[in-house]
Design a protein around this ligand. Structure first.
Ligand code: IMP
Ligand code: MG
Length: 189
């Protein structure tokens, strides 16, 4: 079947954050959330699909009873820049009335995705408190001025993959975060 030249890691031009760096960043964030929410009723709402790896690792660093839920949206439609519209893939919103909620996503870019989700949860779910956590925060001028309450790393304005972040649905399973070689980006851009 596959050949060595098809190795996923070889498709990266540059690694921004390796597995160990991501792990220690998440451990630190988990400790902070553990301290901040002691005695609370925490539900983490992960944004699918990108937030799944982050949820799996962060939740195991939070030493509190908590619930997990998810919400499915899309703002990219296959390319390397945001489409400008946020589509909710479900009508059902998490049942978090009266609970302390953290919405968790892989990356904050234009701000549209996080803002749209926070707005809907606030308006329709009546949480007791509402905050956000992202692993990456792109340092760009946002379409909607929003910053995450918990954030792992700041990055520049470049398209990254790995650790939940995809390009056309792939690369989410890379354990590190990096920039794709140009030869792997293309078609329909
Ligand atoms: P925003 O709505 O522009 O803030 O975009 C947030 C969403 O766009 C995230 O949930 C990601 O799915 C996606 N996204 C933004 N930047 C990147 C990137 O560099 N690589 C992969 N996905 C990204
Ligand atoms: Mg996403």
């Amino acid at each position: 079947m596959g050949t060595d030249t098809n190795r996923l890691d070889d498709r990266l031009e540059r690694i921004l954050f390796d597995q160990a760096t991501i792990r220690s960043c998440i451990a630190e964030m988990g400790a902070k959330i553990t301290a901040d929410y002691a005695g609370g009723d925490l539900t983490i709402v992960a944004v699918l699909q990108g937030g799944v790896l982050f949820l799996a690792d962060l939740s195991r660093e939070i030493r509190l009873p908590l619930r997990m839920d998810s919400i499915s949206v899309a703002s990219y439609h296959g390319g390397t820049s945001s489409s400008g519209t946020v589509t909710f893939h479900q009508n059902h919103l998490p049942d978090v009335e009266g609970r302390d909620v953290i919405v968790l996503d892989d990356i904050l870019d234009s701000g549209r995705t996080l803002a749209a989700i926070m707005e809907r949860i606030e308006a329709e779910c009546r949480p007791r408190s509402l905050r956000s956590a992202v692993l990456l925060s792109k340092q760009v001028e946002r379409a909607i001025p929003i910053e995450a309450d918990y954030r792992g790393f700041d990055i520049g304005d470049e398209f990254v993959v790995g650790y939940g972040l995809d390009y056309q649905g792939e690369y989410r399973n890379l354990p590190m975060i990096g920039v794709l070689k140009r030869e792997w980006i293309g078609g329909g851009e």
